[in-house]
Design a protein around this ligand. Structure first.
Ligand code: SF4
Length: 588
């Protein structure tokens, strides 16, 4: 995030308010909104347009009073204390906080609209309260840019360049603000008909705004990235096999296969899973497209607004070609994308994709946590679960199922400053719970002090956090002194009376939730996942039909494990108070 904008007031129209918000989001600028202009606030205008406002979408409404703008300055002061290590308490600290903001926090104020007509109050256009708030911001070194002609203060002084610049045309407000604050932002201009930027990454497409969806529980979908020889990749080629979304029924679902083929002189086959996982990030940044999951469990939604603006599946490919080359230019020279919506072709290619996933997973099978001194972190999901850290070990892959220990090692080699950092295990604190001094220290620092300790082998004591893209959820069944596992594809109710999606909503977001754990499927047969290790009697339940349907999606060990359980009758009939013995048998 390069900086933040405090928007004070409102735009003349809802459309202009949306345009301003999009222009700021495209530049990944965090937007705080406060105050109003003649009774209308910018947040109200965005709400009227159905724009989602929260920390994930970089649009944060603070309140309709002008005094609510103080929260933006509070944010700035805390940034100085947190990242600048300034201890508050005296005038010297206050001075340091202001200087830190002037030099390091690239923020500005957008004063929007006039509160008075030109001849109404001796030529004054804004309220005294707004002038006072602007003066407070200027003290932090944050310049004020206005669309109405208020008095300008152009010489430099407290602010690095100018203090107040006014009368700026509304479509020039954001570039002007960046110029005055000295913000140099590289905007990815990808030729698609909707805005693109990290500010859209956490955006949800809700049912009422849905044009078409792929995957999830509604259709088959998969994503696969393959490294190919240079001669087999035609750079920039985007092919669609099957109908485009024009032919979809509004609110309906289509199958989708996404195959990205990349070539590069310095590309290694080991990098495939690492690059494949970036598809989630690249697609999530498209305004109006929601992306969750990976491999053969993605769930993608395209909004009505994006469709109406002309977004089609070829643009999906355009984004992937552009972003793989932009972000991984050092190893990726050529990219081609094949998008498949033809149901038979998706079915066929999905089988091939699952074989690739199986071969990737097989590489790490047989390794144990004791074999290595280093684990790896993965913080890729911190974009929407800011405190979440996956600790990836040989036995325990990332909970999305896409990153094994070997994948993380390859990722670190590819990008030494990226999301996969080596973690020295260090001194063993508890071999049963799976706690190491080095792991705890790393997680404490990477979660910004929110997670103190993490157990690699316990679901009850200091379990790992879960971000939200886990393949399965493990939950303790106290009545059975055991646990159950439910996978993402299973849509029915589980023995604890909740569906997968209800549980996912409660345990995701990067918090530790004793009794619940998000995991990748490949963790199920791992030695360290044994419930006896944690003192349980080892009785498990998992949805039988789902397990059968998933077929190759479940790793081999889990088949052996499942076959040890006698599946006989429906537990659901016995709910809501299942007996201990019935909990062994969850034949959904
Ligand atoms: Fe990384 Fe974990 Fe997110 Fe997978 S779930 S991308 S391993 S942080």
């Amino acid at each position: 995030m390069p900086g933040f904008a405090a928007c004070v007031g409102a735009l003349p129209t809802v459309e202009e308010a949306v345009e301003l918000a999009r222009a700021l989001q495209e530049r990944n600028i965090l937007v705080f909104m406060a105050s109003h202009t003649r009774g209308v606030s910018m947040a109200e205008q965005l709400a009227e347009a159905g724009i989602e406002m929260n920390w994930d979408t970089f649009l944060v409404p603070y309140g309709k009073d002008t005094s609510a703008a103080v929260h933006a300055l509070n944010f700035a002061a805390r940034a100085a204390m947190t990242f600048g290590g300034i201890k508050p308490g005296d005038f010297e600290a206050a001075r340091k906080i202001l200087l830190y903001n002037k030099e390091r926090v690239h923020a500005f104020v957008l004063a929007l609209g006039a509160d008075f007509e030109p001849g109404e109050k001796d030529g004054q256009l804004l309220t005294d309260e707004k002038y006072a708030a602007a003066a407070g911001a200027i003290n932090f070194g944050f310049p004020v840019i206005a669309d109405v002609p208020i008095p300008q203060i152009l010489p430099r002084g407290i602010c690095t360049y100018k203090h107040v610049v006014s009368g700026i045309p509304r479509d020039q407000l954001v570039p002007k603000a960046c110029e005055v604050r000295g913000l140099k932002i590289k905007v990815s201009k990808i030729p698609i008909p909707v805005p693109y930027g990290a500010g859209f990454e956490g955006e949800r497409v809700r049912k009422e705004n849905l044009f078409v969806e792929f995957g999830g529980k509604f259709s088959q979908a998969f994503e696969l990235l393959l490294a190919k020889p240079m001669s087999e990749v035609e750079d920039g080629r985007i092919e669609l096999i099957g109908p485009d979304i024009d032919q979809a029924q509004e609110g309906g679902a289509m199958p989708l296969g996404v195959i990205v083929e990349v070539a590069g002189r310095h590309l290694k086959p080991d990098f495939e899973p690492v690059l494949e996982r970036r598809i989630h990030h690249f697609i999530s940044c498209i305004n109006g497209v929601m992306h969750i999951g990976q491999r053969d469990i993605p769930w993608i939604r395209i909004s009505k607004e994006a469709f109406q603006k002309g977004f089609r599946l070829k643009h999906y490919g355009t984004v992937l070609v552009a972003k793989f080359k932009e972000d991984f230019g050092a190893i990726v020279d050529k990219v081609q994308v094949t998008l498949i919506t033809d149901p038979e072709e998706v079915e066929k290619r999905l089988r091939e994709a699952r074989e690739v996933y199986r071969q990737r997973d097989a590489r790490v099978m047989g390794m144990t946590d004791e074999d290595v001194d280093l684990f790896y972190s993965c913080t890729l999901c911190q974009s929407y679960a800011p405190n979440h850290v996956c600790v990836v070990t040989p036995e325990r892959l990332g909970l999305c199922g896409a990153y094994t220990w070997l994948d993380c090692a390859a990722s670190h080699e590819m990008d030494p400053h990226g999301p996969n950092q080596p973690i020295k295990k260090g001194e063993v604190l508890d071999p049963i719970l799976g706690q190491w001094k080095g792991v705890n220290e790393f997680v404490r620092q990477a979660s910004r002090g929110n997670v103190e300790r993490v157990s690699m082998y316990s679901i009850l004591q200091d379990p790992q956090t879960s971000c939200g893209c886990f393949e399965c959820i493990v939950a303790v069944l106290p009545e059975a002194n055991g646990v159950m596992i439910v996978n993402r594809e299973y849509v029915g109710e589980t023995p604890i009376g909740m569906t997968f999606s209800t549980m996912a909503g409660q345990i995701g977001g990067g918090v530790q939730m004793p009794g619940f754990l998000g995991i990748g499927k490949l963790y199920i047969p791992a030695k360290s996942s044994s419930p006896q290790r944690a003192g349980s009697n080892g009785w498990y339940g998992c949805p039988r039909n789902s397990w059968r349907k998933s077929g190759p999606g479940w790793p081999r060990g889990s088949r052996r494990w499942a076959s040890r359980i006698s599946w006989t009758r429906s537990l659901q009939r016995r709910m809501p108070v299942p007996s201990t013995s019935s909990l062994r048998i969850w034949n959904a």
